[in-house]
Design a protein. Structure first.
Length: 404
């Protein structure tokens, strides 16, 4: 009985802490900005968070074991340290995923796809189910060249694998994710072989990878291509969908900001919409923190009165959500401002493992938002439908209405 009571109290405390993260972070930033307890450390100040994330030789990524289960053997560069293989794989994929594609391929596709969906919605849309998951899934098909075996199942597979890789361990999530991973591997293995037989019909990422394979570039075997694509697909769909929903949810709760954002959308002011996205996600964050593992003893904040030793083997939580509210780096952090410099945002991480697809996300998210924000009379549906419903960490429903 006593153990059950203790467990119940612990669960309630954890739930309260999660529901009040900004309050907890604000206290820690002043009282204990580098908090070490047993084998865990929580880092909450802007400078300290960036210090942890920039020292990749000290603070290692923690995804290797899970990523190798997802690929059934090989790591993906997101889970690698700064090794020659990491450099090879990232360099190869940067040759295939080109920033010049943003205005030439990605932006037109996202605009067209999102606008078509909104135009056919007839005044009512379930954003995650009908828009924010659909557009990135179709972009993966159009731009990467891998449409998946079924649009909805493909998006579900990417989402479950993302949750398995980046969120706390859950046996049910792992079971679902590894089944999805097996199906994704089989699909990609077969699809790559099919595309090898049907060459030079597309200008997409897969065709570019096959051209590098033709040139005998290291790291471009079918297996290498498949593993890189699994990693890219995992990062491409659930992140975009969740960010779109978070931004809309926040704007709808702040009518004055919603009106400004809609004005920017109708003026096709993409730069301003990007600023709305960045600043909104600072208040309504995609993820509160990034995990690392200390490979050796290290003093964070050395030379300051807050200097704290983090022992080898400590799991370090770099609280990016907290860092973006640090008044020592951000002017008036509690205010919503559209004039903040880009370096003050860490939505896509920081350092060696900054999100590979950040430039795609910085285009795709605001352009999906633009298609929604252009609508007249935009509003939540009445009742529970108009509120965000999530399964695990990802939104699955948010019904909006507008004047058709």
């Amino acid at each position: 009985m006593a153990s059950n009571t203790q467990a119940s109290i612990t669960t309630k405390i954890q739930a309260w802490l999660l529901a009040n993260l900004n309050l907890v972070f604000s206290i820690l930033r002043w009282v204990k900005p580098i908090a070490v307890y047993k084998n865990a450390a929580l880092v909450t100040r802007f400078d300290h968070v960036q210090e942890v994330l920039s020292h990749d030789d000290i603070f290692h990524v923690t995804y290797k074991e899970k990523m190798e289960k997802v690929t059934s053997g090989e790591n993906f560069f997101l889970g690698m340290q700064n090794t020659p293989i990491y450099t090879r794989d990232v360099s190869n994929m940067r040759l295939a995923v080109r920033r010049t594609d943003l205005p030439e391929i990605i932006t037109p596709f996202v605009d067209n796809c999102a606008e078509k969906i909104m135009a056919s919605a007839q005044g009512r849309i379930d954003v995650p189910a009908e828009l924010s998951r659909v557009v990135p899934t179709r972009l993966v098909g159009h731009y990467f060249g891998t449409p998946g075996w079924d649009e909805e199942e493909f998006a579900n597979a990417a989402t479950s694998m993302f949750q398995y890789l980046f969120y706390p361990d859950d046996p049910e999530v792992e079971k679902t994710a590894l089944a999805a991973a097996a199906k994704s591997r089989d699909y990609l293995d077969d699809f790559i072989v099919q595309r090898q037989k049907n060459r030079r019909q597309h200008d997409d990422v897969l065709e570019r990878c096959l051209q590098m394979q033709d040139a005998d570039m290291p790291g471009m075997s079918n297996l290498d291509i498949r593993n890189n694509f699994i990693g890219l697909i995992i990062g491409a769909i659930p992140t975009t969908s969740k960010c779109v929903v978070l931004v809309l949810d926040y704007l709808l709760s702040h009518p004055d900001l919603l009106a400004q954002a809609q004005q920017a959308a109708r003026a096709d002011d993409d730069a301003l919409l990007t600023q709305f996205m960045q600043e909104t996600l600072r208040f309504n964050s995609f993820s509160p923190a990034i995990s690392r593992l200390a490979a050796e003893d290290y003093v964070v904040g050395r030379g300051s009165w807050r200097a704290t030793k983090i022992p080898k083997g400590t799991k370090v939580i770099a609280a990016t959500q907290s860092a973006m509210m640090d008044c020592l780096q951000l002017k008036s952090p509690s205010q919503f401002r559209l004039d903040r410099p880009d370096y003050q945002y860490m939505h896509f991480g920081f350092g060696l493992h900054t999100c590979f697809g950040q430039y795609i996300n910085r285009v795709q998210i605001p352009h999906i938002l633009k298609a929604v924000l252009k609508r007249q009379g935009l509003r939540r549906a009445s009742g529970p439908e108009g509120q965000v419903e999530s399964v695990g960490p990802f939104p699955v429903h948010l019904v909006l209405e507008f004047d058709a």
